[in-house]
Design a protein around this ligand. Structure first.
Ligand code: GAL
Length: 372
């Protein structure tokens, strides 16, 4: 009887929610239950033939930016059709002093698989409940299974007591006494250029700030955390420990005073690329791109990768991840969020194919619908 009911239910789902065969950037994207996917600021893990999409679970209304539920997970084998796998990491509902207490801000979760420990490791940007965007911490959670449940381990600021590989002599000297602490959600928060105030030196003891973030695993299995730091003015890239659970103490500053957010790192033909956004809160802006031969090397900015109508505002989106499509040579998908600031649960997903010009530089162009 149970089997017949399951079969009937599957049939009904199939009839009411036909399989999707293309991406429709900016449209409502129904999951297997017909509900708009709720995995914002997300990232994707490919594991044993299945893609897992993790993202911020948003709630309806003006407080949608607060984490009241946790991190969502969806699975798919074709990237078009996604099954709701439930909440991979739940916020803590009972202890309001817990780092991930309900009502905290938990953004841009990403998951990577550690082959040595056989664990799935999640990192996310964490802001403590009731403290606005002041904490600027990284949170880490772990699971034995890709869809979770994940267990929260710890949250901290990166690399306390360590200088970056490319530290400058002045960083080890004086720190300006007047540093406006308040996060303003963009440029113009500080009374002077961040390096002149030595934000890096200010945070040496307590750890560097970490807000918008991503993870990247290189071909040799080394994992990196890339995040907006130093009051969002500068990106830092930190090498993780072999178990991916903490920082190794080796890190590198890039794009100083360029206020980049939403940075997504990927590798193509031996070169490393970053697609990122400017820093304007939920409002869209012009994307940035850059290339380097080594992660801890010289990064050259390549400008806005977007072309055509809508390119000045990244087609109303902000980068969150670049996905290499498995088994399809040279196929990369740009994943962005079209934020609906007043009702964040309604934010849309802008997924576009990345083309590469004759120099190998990434190019993004709008498409109403497309498939790979
Ligand atoms: C954006 C950032 C988002 C979120 C938002 C809050 O700049 O990319 O992840 O933090 O600001 O205003």
């Amino acid at each position: 009887m149970k089997t017949i009911l399951t079969l009937l239910f599957t049939l009904m789902c199939f009839i009411s929610f036909p399989q999707q065969k293309s991406f429709q950037p900016g449209a409502i994207w129904p999951d297997n239950n017909g509900i708009h996917i709720n995995a914002h600021g997300g990232g994707i893990l490919f594991y044993k033939g299945t893609y897992y999409w993790y993202g911020e679970h948003k709630i309806a209304g003006k407080n949608g930016g607060l984490a009241k539920v946790g991190v969502s997970c969806y699975s798919s084998r074709d990237l078009y059709n996604w099954k709701d796998e439930g909440i991979a990491l739940k916020v803590n509902e009972t202890d309001s002093l817990n780092d991930i207490a309900s009502g905290c801000i938990l953004e841009r979760p990403k998951v990577i698989y550690n082959a040595k420990t056989n664990k799935f490791v999640m990192w996310f940007h964490l802001e403590l409940k009731g403290k606005g965007y002041d904490a600027a911490r990284s949170g880490v959670a772990v699971s034995d299974k890709p869809a979770g449940p994940f267990t929260f381990l710890n949250s901290f600021r990166p690399n306390a007591g360590y200088w970056p590989v490319n530290v400058q002599p002045f960083h080890k000297k004086s720190v300006a006494s007047i540093v406006k602490e308040k996060y303003c959600g963009g440029k113009g928060c500080l009374p002077a250029p961040p390096d002149s105030l030595n934000i890096l030196g200010r945070d040496f003891k307590g750890g560097q700030m970490a807000r918008d973030m991503n993870l990247f695993v290189d071909d040799d299995g080394s994992a990196y955390h890339i995040y907006s730091s130093e009051e969002n003015s500068t990106l830092q890239i930190s090498k993780l420990t072999d178990d991916y659970l903490s920082y190794s103490g080796q890190y590198f500053r890039v794009f100083t005073e360029r206020y980049m957010e939403g940075a997504a790192l990927f590798k193509r033909k031996g070169k490393y690329y970053i697609i990122a956004s400017d820093c304007t809160g939920w409002a869209p802006n012009a994307a940035r791109s850059a290339v380097a031969d080594q992660i801890f090397g010289n990064w050259t900015e390549l400008g806005n990768p977007c072309i055509g109508e809508g390119s000045a505002l990244t087609f109303k989106s902000q980068s969150t991840f670049v996905l290499p499509v498995q088994g399809k040579k040279d196929t990369f998908i740009f994943m962005g969020d079209h934020w609906m600031e007043k009702n964040l649960i309604d934010s849309r997903y802008i997924w576009l194919p990345i083309k590469f010009n004759e120099k190998g530089n990434p190019i993004l162009e709008w498409k109403d619908a497309w498939s790979y």
